[in-house]
Each structure stands twice: as structure tokens, then as C-alpha cells.
Design a protein. Structure first.
Ligand SMILES: C[C@@H]1N[C@@H](C(=O)NCc2ccccc2)[C@H](O)[C@@H]1O
Length: 452
């Protein structure tokens, strides 16, 4: 093991109340909103297919030209309460919003740069409106903050000279001041989601990443910090040079989920996957025909998949420059929300169930419960759902979550193996079966292992 000054500060999962709440939330809404939402991927009549929040670089727009978008930011259709109500109906328990993305524009009236909401026609503290509206709906709010900053002249991608290190040191002070401002002025913030920390300049300043984590935790005790902020003494990121996770949860799953068989080790730490609805658009893009757009069912399966592997799922919305939410996103919120209203109990406060993944779908289990949840996306033509249980687990009664009176046949077919008999019919939404299980007793050893 290497002696590290800026490595992991602890090992294992945090079990304090704040982290338990973060974990039990399971389902969150990501919001990417900034000046990039105004052009929405189109510049001088040309549509750029790359991520809309990178239009500045895709269309080679000068900083001066890009920054003048600030004078156009006046979201006439913005209504924080409507956003929060939609999120509530979707069934999210938390929301993570871009306070400052790579463009450097701040949604809050920061004392440390004029490139912020107070100098737009909108003027008001829009971040506060959003935080208050979501909190009023009982939804926790987290802050995304990009360390990478295209606006600030002191930002550096690498440190190649004395001048670089002096400028970048100014930048790090600026960023730390902004973060302290956010943690102080928005006291209900529950977590910080760092991004834009992959460049050599940050990797060479691991000390700063730990200093920021400590500062935030002293200003806002219990606050949760993602692994993406941290670099250790040797520039190792997410995990330190001893392989230990830094920060409070792994946030490297971006537009992908862990493999439900190969990556089973992720169940031993907290993690969150963040997901776009198109293939790769975080900020609003006018033309979603340029890539696959995930259906509500595809996204719902990802949410269940994440819960089944002990992780959170953060689904991204990109509001338009006028503050309205596009119809595709409204539809997804409604469809997922309708399912969550009936079946949310297999997601909230649920975790990895400890069973072998089967083809028909996913297992989840509420902490300490003797109830096993089976969420079925792929109904076998046989109607027979195979379940391999850990030694000592016995399956007893089963029923569809929505029809507790109608028993589903549970058949023990071999040692630690069962078949559940699903009625054969057309199912048009993910089905949930709850199974009463018993861990205690050793099941009678009535099965003979084959001699091979
Ligand atoms: C969570 C996502 N992370 C950002 C991202 O992919 N940045 C990578 C990147 C940064 C700079 C130029 C090209 C690509 C995206 O814009 C989202 O915020």
C-alpha cells in the first residue's frame, strides 16, 4: 500500500443519515440548463450533431461571442414550481442541477464573477427559485459544478510554466470561493456533483480536490461528494493509487450502466449512473432526430437495473432557453411516473438482493425485508421464471404486487432452485412479483448432487 496524503479518506459505505437518505432516494432528475440552451445545437443556421452544451467548441465560437448570449438569457416560460411538480409526478426523490457548466455561466448571483444570472435580463437568483420549488415538493437538491471553465482566463488545461501555475492557482481559489458560496447560501443542498476534472491541471493538484471536499463538509456537515472531484498524490482519479474509492460514491457511470453479471463488485460501494435521453445530449438540442431517443421503457429498465445493483439512477432533462420542457421529456416523466406511483416500493430504499441475475429481469430487496422483489421485463414464453437462491434461502408465497390476493405458484425444482409460474398472457408494462422468503432455515437436503 502507498502512503497517500490526498487519497481515500475512508473505506466502505457511509452509513450516516444523510448518506442513507441519498441511497434510499435511488431515482434522481439531472438538469442541464445554461446559455447553451438558447442556441440548442444550431448556430448560423447550421445544426451541429455533437452534444448541444459543447456548441461553443463544435461551432468554433469565440468566448466573446458565446458570452454575449448572457444578454439574451430571459426564460419567459420558466416556472420552477411546474418543473418541480413534473419531477414529483415522475417519482424522483432528488434533483441535480448545473450551477455552472463548462461554459462558466453561473445560474446564481456569484460574487466572484460577473458572468452570472444577475447580469441577464432575468436578473433574479434563478437557482434559489429552483431549489425552493423542489424542496417544497420534498425533493432533495444537489449541485453540479464544472471545474473546467471556458470563460475564466485563469483556467488551464495543463501546467507548463510558472505563469500557468500562478494563473491556475488563482483559478483554484476562485472555484473554491464559488463552492463555499454555494454551500453557504443554499443551506439545503445535499450533495455536490463535480465534473470537468479530467485535465492534467487538476490531476497535478490533488491536494486542492481534497481541500475542497473538506471545506464543503465543514460548511455543510453531511454533504455528499462524488468521486469525480478527486485526484490523489499521483493524479489517480475516482479511485486512489491503492484502488480505494475517493469521495462518497462512484460517479463514473455516464451514459452507461454496470454489467449485471461482470460488474457485480459495484454492489460493494455506493454509485450513481447518469443518463441522457438521446444518445449524447445533456443541454437542450433543437433536433433530436439526429440520434436514437430512449423510450420511457428503456429508461425505466435502467432505473430498475441500477437499483438491482445497489446504485442510483440520474435521468437528464435539458430545458429550453425559454424555460419550457420539451414534449418528449414531459411524456417520459409522465410514463415513468405512472409506473413509479404503483411500483415505487421496489425502487425506493431498495438494494442489491444478493441473487444471481436471471434473463427475465431484476431482483431488488428493501433493507432488512423478508420480501424479494422481482421486476420482469422479459416474460419467458414458458411463463416459468427461474430463481437461483443463496444457500439457506427459502421462497414461500408469491403474488403480483398489484394483486396480493392472487397467488403465483412457487415450485422448488432442485437444491436452491425454484420456478415461479407466471400466467401466460400479453404484458405491456414491467411486471412486479413480490416473494416472501425465509433466510433462516436450512432447507431439507432432499436433493442428490449428480456424480460426474
Ligand atoms: C455529465 C456530462 N459531462 C459532460 C462531458 O461529457 N464533458 C466531456 C467533454 C468536455 C469538454 C469537451 C468535450 C467533452 C457533459 O456535458 C455532461 O455535463
Amino acid at each position: 500500500r502507498l502512503e497517500l496524503k490526498y487519497g481515500a479518506q475512508y473505506t466502505g459505505k457511509r452509513t450516516d443519515a444523510a448518506m442513507n437518505k441519498w441511497r434510499s432516494n435511488r431515482f434522481g432528475q439531472f438538469i442541464h440548463w445554461g446559455l447553451y440552451a438558447i442556441p440548442g445545437g444550431v448556430w448560423n443556421g447550421k445544426t451541429y450533431n455533437y452534444a448541444a452544451e459543447f456548441l461553443k467548441s463544435s461551432a468554433h465560437i469565440s468566448t466573446a461571442t458565446w458570452d454575449s448570449l448572457m444578454y439574451k438569457f430571459n426564460p419567459k416560460k420558466f416556472n420552477a414550481k411546474e418543473w418541480a411538480k413534473m419531477a414529483k409526478k415522475m417519482g424522483v426523490k432528488y434533483m441535480t442541477i448545473t450551477t455552472k457548466h463548462h461554459e462558466g455561466f453561473c445560474l446564481w448571483p456569484s460574487r466572484y464573477t460577473d458572468f452570472n444570472i444577475s447580469n441577464t435580463p432575468y436578473k433574479k437568483d434563478i437557482l434559489k427559485e429552483i431549489v425552493d420549488a423542489y424542496n417544497a415538493e420534498g425533493i432533495d437538491v444537489n449541485f453540479y459544478y464544472s471545474v473546467l471553465d471556458w470563460h475564466n482566463p485563469d483556467w488551464r488545461y495543463d501546467i507548463k510554466s510558472k505563469e500557468d501555475s500562478i494563473a491556475f492557482r488563482r483559478y483554484l481559489d476562485f472555484a473554491e470561493n464559488q463552492l463555499k458560496e454555494l454551500a453557504t447560501n443554499y443551506p439545503t443542498v445535499k450533495a455536490f456533483w463535480f465534473d470537468g476534472t479530467w485535465d492534467a491541471s487538476v490531476k497535478k493538484n490533488g491536494w486542492w480536490t481534497l481541500e475542497v471536499e473538506k471545506m464543503l463538509k465543514s460548511v455543510r456537515p453531511g454533504v455528499i461528494i462524488n468521486s469525480r472531484l478527486r485526484a490523489d498524490d499521483y493524479g489517480s482519479r475516482h479511485k486512489d493509487s491503492n484502488g480505494e474509492l475517493m469521495g462518497d460514491y462512484e460517479s463514473g457511470y455516464e451514459r452507461r450502466l454496470p454489467d449485471p453479471v461482470k460488474d457485480i463488485k459495484v454492489t460493494s460501494w455506493d454509485w450513481e449512473a447518469c443518463m441522457t435521453i438521446p444518445e449524447n445530449q445533456w443541454g437542450y438540442h433543437q433536433d433530436w432526430s439526429i440520434s436514437h431517443v430512449k423510450s420511457p421503457l428503456e429508461l425505466l429498465e435502467m432505473l430498475v437495473h441500477a437499483t438491482s445493483m445497489g446504485g442510483n439512477f440520474l435521468l437528464n432533462f435539458g430545458p429550453k432557453g425559454d424555460g419550457s420542457i420539451r414534449s418528449e421529456e414531459q411524456n417520459i416523466a409522465k410514463t415513468i411516473g405512472d409506473w413509479m406511483a404503483v411500483n415505487g416500493q421496489v425502487i425506493y430504499n431498495c438494494d442489491y438482493a444478493g441473487l444471481k441475475k436471471q434473463d427475465w429481469g431484476y431482483f431488488t430487496r428493501e433493507k432488512g425485508s423478508n420480501q424479494l422483489n422481482m421486476v420482469i421485463f422479459n416474460v419467458p414464453v414458458s411463463g416459468l421464471l427461474h430463481v437461483d437462491v443463496p444457500k439457506g434461502m427459502i421462497l414461500k408465497k408469491a403474488h403480483f404486487l398489484t394483486t396480493p390476493g392472487q397467488q403465483i405458484k412457487v415450485e422448488e425444482i432442485a437444491k436452491n432452485q425454484y420456478l415461479l409460474h407466471m400466467p401466460i398472457k400479453l404484458y405491456t408494462s414491467p411486471q412486479v412479483i413480490v416473494v416472501e422468503c425465509d433466510n433462516g432455515k436450512e432447507n431439507a437436503n432432499k436433493y442428490q448432487d449428480a456424480k460426474t
